[in-house]
Design a protein around this ligand. Structure first.
Ligand code: ZN
Length: 153
């Protein structure tokens, strides 16, 4: 399932990318364009706007009721829209939403802090913004959160 998050849900969009979900963020107010984009790209709309309604039966709109991004993720899990797949973690750039490339370790040298370079064995690069990712503390925090979601889900 691919998503488009409306202007209220920028943080949720990043969290979904962190979980590996293809999610674009739509920061403008124009609901007509939002729905048009969703249709063109076959995306499910995530919104907190109670007035946004499907215009044709194919429009798929999920109304988020929770306030905080971490609870919104939980809400999507609970309602069965997403599942947590540890292998998909950090497969996607948090900023650009594109899939990351594996890069040889040497290519990260000088582009990440030295202590990170010596600590880590695997690096990934966003083909669009060239930002480099690694399996660092960020991911450990995410794994912990996922464990919590599984326990209390
Ligand atoms: Zn990027």
């Amino acid at each position: 399932m691919n998503f488009i998050a409306d202007r209220m849900l920028g943080k949720l969009a990043r969290e979904l990318r962190m979980l590996g979900y293809d999610t674009i963020y739509y920061p403008a107010e124009d609901a007509y364009r939002l729905i048009k984009l969703a249709r063109e790209e076959g995306r499910v709309i995530l919104t907190r706007n109670t007035k946004l309604l499907p215009r044709i039966p194919e429009d798929h709109i999920i109304r988020i009721t929770e306030d905080r991004a971490s609870l919104q993720i939980k809400e999507l899990v609970r309602r069965g829209y997403i599942s947590l797949n540890e292998e998909a973690l950090f497969s996607r750039c948090l900023l650009c939403n594109v899939l990351l490339d594996d890069i040889p370790r040497e290519e990260a040298e000088g582009k990440v802090p030295d202590f990170i370079f010596y600590q880590q064995n695997h690096f990934f690069r966003c083909p669009q913004c060239t930002r480099i990712y690694w399996q660092g503390s960020h991911q450990e925090n995410m794994l912990k959160r996922i464990e919590q979601l599984k326990t209390f889900g």
